[in-house]
Write a protein of this length. Structure first.
Length: 355
């Protein structure tokens, strides 16, 4: 075919000329990851076998490295997410496929699950590291399964997984050089979560009864139901008592604060009152000064002044030149109360002489 503008491109003559049409990793996280049966890899180009060193160098450049991780993923938790994060970031350009085993396989080889297979599928679809979810994944990986999904490497923790009559179900993957290990997250697992639930069964049963679940839904007997409901009532009473105690403590605290303020104000007022009292009635207070002034005025009032020289009495008796001793010289009033008292004493002495 001619290579001019608009000329159709000739079909490839050999498998080596085929271009890779593998699905690319998700660039946006606005939708859940697709299921494999909805968007399976239909690429016709050969997937040459890669080594781990080649994949870590970023080759091949025309397609992503397809990494597969599988599991039960019951009660999906942070340990699962961290393992998938490690699988996703093993190579610079990787496409992560996650296989989830069905309920039938899981119940047969491992045990009963808390979540159904549909719930577990949906949990994986909403993990940000997952590009594609494979439902009803096989318990043991076969060459046909690896070829169908064009899987380059399988990621899992390196601890041998004994199951289905095998010491390690990933042994043949490791021997083929397709196994890449991830690290387990210590301190969390599905078994640990279930153990906590079993250990605190009474607490969760009582909580769900309080939230409206029936005893039949919780598989609780009639006697246990009554016991749990009674315990809930006791807890409510304890909570009420606790609230009353807290409110009473708060009330007492407020009363203490107010009483402290009142005592402080009373002390300030009492100091002010005592100070005013001392200013008025103290040794040098205003009341003493006022009393002294009034007593002086009273003494002056009891000591009358001397009659004038031109009084009528003096005119009618000119022969009596000397004044009697009891007559007080009114021209010079006493300068002080002591002088007035001296005058009174002299008057008394004159009377005695006359007698």
């Amino acid at each position: 075919a001619e290579s001019g503008t608009g000329a159709p491109k000739s079909p490839p003559e050999t498998m080596e000329e085929l271009e890779h049409t593998c699905p690319q990793p998700r660039l946006t996280l606005t939708a859940p990851a697709p299921f494999a049966d909805e968007t399976s890899c239909q690429c016709q180009a050969p997937h040459e076998k890669l080594t781990i060193a080649q994949a870590r160098r970023g080759t091949p450049v025309d397609r992503p490295v397809r990494v597969y991780a599988d599991g039960i993923f019951d009660l999906f938790h942070a340990g699962h997410a961290r393992a998938l994060m490690q699988a996703k970031t093993l190579f610079p350009n990787s496409y992560l496929l996650v296989g989830v085993c069905s309920d039938d396989l899981t119940h047969k080889f491992k045990g009963f699950t808390v979540m159904s297979e549909t719930e577990r599928y949906e949990a994986l679809r909403h993990c940000r590291y997952v590009d594609e979810v494979i439902r009803d994944a096989p318990w043991t990986l076969t060459p046909e399964f690896l070829e169908k999904h064009k899987i380059d490497f399988v990621a899992h923790d390196d601890i041998p997984y004994s199951s289905a009559g095998s010491d390690d179900v990933y042994k043949h993957i490791k021997e083929a050089g397709m196994f890449v290990p991830t690290q387990r997250t210590e301190g969390i697992s599905t078994s640990d979560i279930i153990t906590r639930i079993v250990r605190d069964y009474d607490v969760y049963a009582r909580r769900n009864l309080q939230r409206g679940y029936t005893a039949k839904e919780l598989n609780v007997s009639f006697i246990n139901e009554k016991k749990y409901r009674f315990q809930n009532q006791v807890d409510k009473m304890k909570e009420k008592v606790k609230n009353v105690e807290e409110k009473s403590k708060e009330f007492v605290y407020k009363v203490e604060e107010k009483s402290h303020d009142l005592i402080q104000k009373w002390e300030e007022k009492s100091r002010e009152f005592i100070g005013n009292f001392l200013e008025l009635f103290g040794p040098d207070g205003a009341w003493k000064q006022m009393f002294q002034e009034r007593s002086g005025r009273m003494l002056q009032a009891f000591s009358p002044r001397q009659s004038p020289n031109s009084s009528p009495t003096r005119g009618r008796s000119p022969s009596r030149s000397p004044s009697p001793p009891w007559v007080i010289n009114k021209t010079s009033p006493p300068s002080s109360p002591k002088a007035a008292s001296a005058s009174l004493s002299s008057m008394s002495e004159g009377d005695e002489d006359e007698k």
